[in-house]
Write a protein that binds this ligand. Structure first.
Ligand code: AGP
Length: 581
């Protein structure tokens, strides 16, 4: 979760200000509080600037040629200035930023307290600078259990050290300066030459050197850098007020990017699927919802059974994963810890791992035997939208490739891209905006769908919940009568996904059932029906209906969020990459 960033430079004394800029590019990882530390020849200790709240419009007076910084998503200890990073040693000479959770921090802290160290925060992270008072960096990092990434700045040695296990960390190489960041995208404005730290590696960096170490042996290792792809402008707002609406609007181009150059990857993945005995999609949140849509697509299109497991639950299902099994990890960031741990457990059982991720060189990308990129470009908004669309497009093509109908499906996706484009840029966009005005002060919203549209109901509900804070729930239409219909009252809004397929009659009956109990029924369907109080027309695109059905819900979430004064890009309590268990 938290974002960490560091610059050490020979060029100018503006490292703290530049670290703040770098942190702004990582803020989607956490935005409860922020902080930076630097060194100055005029001071005996590190200089710290930190505060609660977001980084927007924040400036710093600190100057120095080295700085480390942090943007926090609180785990241990509330959102206070004291709990904001960096944390320091007793005498303030060592400053540390940390991403992750130190599982054994209580034990370490008790010992440090006994030794007389004074703690200023409630965080687990603060044990690190205190331990560094008596031990070298690698020894300290090896004392920590859990999944962690740490950067330490030491006034006494003038060194910066960093290491990781589990949580991501990337080294960037510049001219007369070097960098560290928890995400490669934050380095793009500075350099394209990077090294992705592996687990159990440590690095010592100065403005003109980067030295890599093996944490277990303490030995030096050779560094092989890679070149980042992409452009800074890909991640800029250009003309949009928020990333949410920008990224929703980019969806037609995302589908087209997959149409244009996804074939080779999809053929390779399909070959692996054909060879496997038992395929599992694993993902969290929106990625899990995409997996559910994939389960239906594989069944309907390719007559093939695929299992779905949510990342956080998969470890309890791992016993029957064996050498013949295939686990396909779905993830935008490639850094979601529950998905990573699932993959690692499956790997241990001998399974083959495939990953479909958006971020090149991310942990899930690197852990996989076969991999495919989503080609969605940087997704900055905490809400996953275009990455969902990319996953759906890929699974649609994969299912068709399995039955030798790739070409046909690829051609059909052109039509889907046009429909998505038309929806976003045409009159229906305005219709959804007006609907948002009607729904914004509701307390509850329910969504129902059958078959593949069950995934739409879950994903639509997730979008509403995370950005409007309205209680929203998605149900399989047929399940309502088994209890949840008790929730429907006069005026309760219910979104009904009714593609014109084998689920149509069933879901219309369910719509009638809720209507009879007073629901305000919003139908997302190619056909209008008397039961709908509001009809949002989507084109009949058969087995690809998931791809168009979700667009009205994404737009609705955006406009409802605006009406309710919620930040569309950085909803409360959330972070884009969930890198803690
Ligand atoms: C989606 O809108 C969420 N922010 C969240 O559910 C997300 O999809 C989930 O955390 C998985 O992330 P990943 O795709 O990066 O693995």
């Amino acid at each position: 979760m938290c974002g960490i960033f560091c610059i050490t430079t020979k060029i100018k004394k503006d490292a703290p200000a530049r670290v703040l800029e770098g942190l702004k590019g990582l803020e989607y990882r956490g935005y409860d509080s922020w902080g930076i530390a630097t060194l100055s020849p005029d001071s005996d200790s590190t200089l710290i600037d930190k505060e609660t709240g977001r980084l927007t419009d924040v400036e710093t007076d600190l100057v120095g040629d080295v700085a480390i910084g942090h943007t926090r998503w609180a785990t241990h200890g509330g959102v206070t200035k004291e709990n904001a990073h960096p944390h320091t040693s007793c005498d303030g000479t060592i400053a540390v930023v940390h991403n992750g959770i130190i599982d054994n921090f209580q034990e370490l802290k008790e010992k440090l307290l006994e030794e007389g160290h004074e703690f200023k925060s409630e965080t687990d992270s603060e044990v690190i600078p205190h331990l560094l008072e008596n031990h070298d960096f690698m020894t300290v990092f090896n004392m920590l259990s859990g999944l962690n990434a740490v950067i330490a700045l030491n006034k006494n040695t003038k060194e910066i050290w960093a290491a990781k296990t589990g949580s991501p960390l990337v080294v960037g190489f510049g001219e007369d300066e070097n960098y560290l960041a928890s995400d490669a995208s934050a380095l793009l404005p500075l350099t394209k030459r990077v090294y992705f730290l592996h687990d159990s590696e440590a690095v010592r960096i100065t403005a003109d050197s980067v030295t890599l170490f093996d944490l277990e042996t303490g030995n030096k290792k050779e560094i092989q850098t890679t070149t980042l792809e992409g452009d800074v402008s890909d991640a800029a707002l250009i003309g949009y007020d928020h990333y949410l609406i920008k990224e929703v609007s980019e969806q037609p181009s995302v589908i087209r990017a997959i149409i244009q150059d996804g074939r080779e990857d999809i053929e390779r993945l399909a070959r692996v699927i054909k060879r496997s005995y038992g395929t599992f999609f694993v993902g969290c949140g929106t990625a899990a919802n995409a997996g559910l849509a994939g389960v239906y697509m594989f069944s309907r299109i390719a007559r093939r059974h695929v299992n779905l497991a949510t990342g956080s639950e998969f470890k309890y299902l791992i016993d029957f994963v064996t050498r013949g099994s295939l686990v396909i990890a779905l993830s935008q960031s490639g850094e979601t810890i529950d998905t990573i741990e699932s993959v690692k457990a499956a790997k241990k059982n001998g399974a083959t791992i495939a990953s479909i991720v958006n971020v090149p060189q991310s942990t899930l990308f690197r852990l996989a035997d076969t991999r495919m990129l989503l080609r969605a470009g940087p997704e900055k908004c905490v809400l996953a939208t275009k990455s969902y669309m990319a996953k759906l497009s890929i699974m649609y093509l994969l299912a068709h490739e399995l039955i030798g109908e790739y070409e046909k499906a690829n051609e059909f996706l052109q039509e889907v891209a046009l429909e998505v484009e038309d929806f976003i840029s045409g009159a229906r966009h305005e219709q959804v905006k007006a609907l948002a005005d009607k729904l914004s002060d509701k307390e509850d919203l329910y969504l129902i769908g059958r078959g593949p549209s069950f995934a739409d109901a879950l994903e639509g509900a997730l979008k509403i919940k995370e950005v409007t804070y309205i209680h929203a729930e998605g149900f399989a239409g047929g399940e309502l009568k088994h209890g949840s219909i008790a929730l429907i009252e006069e005026g309760t809004p219910v979104v009904v996904f009714a593609p014109y397929d084998e689920t149509y009659d069933g879901i219309i009956s369910n719509a009638m059932e809720v209507k009879a109990r007073g629901a305000y029924v919003i139908g997302i369907s190619p056909k209008n029906h008397d039961v709908f109080d509001e009809h949002i027309k989507v084109k009949d695109i058969m087995h690809a209906s998931n791809l168009v059905n979700i667009v009205p819900m994404q737009l609705l979430s955006y406009y409802m969020a605006l009406n309710r004064g919620c930040d569309p890009d950085k909803p409360r309590n959330l972070a884009k990459s969930v890198t803690v268990r």
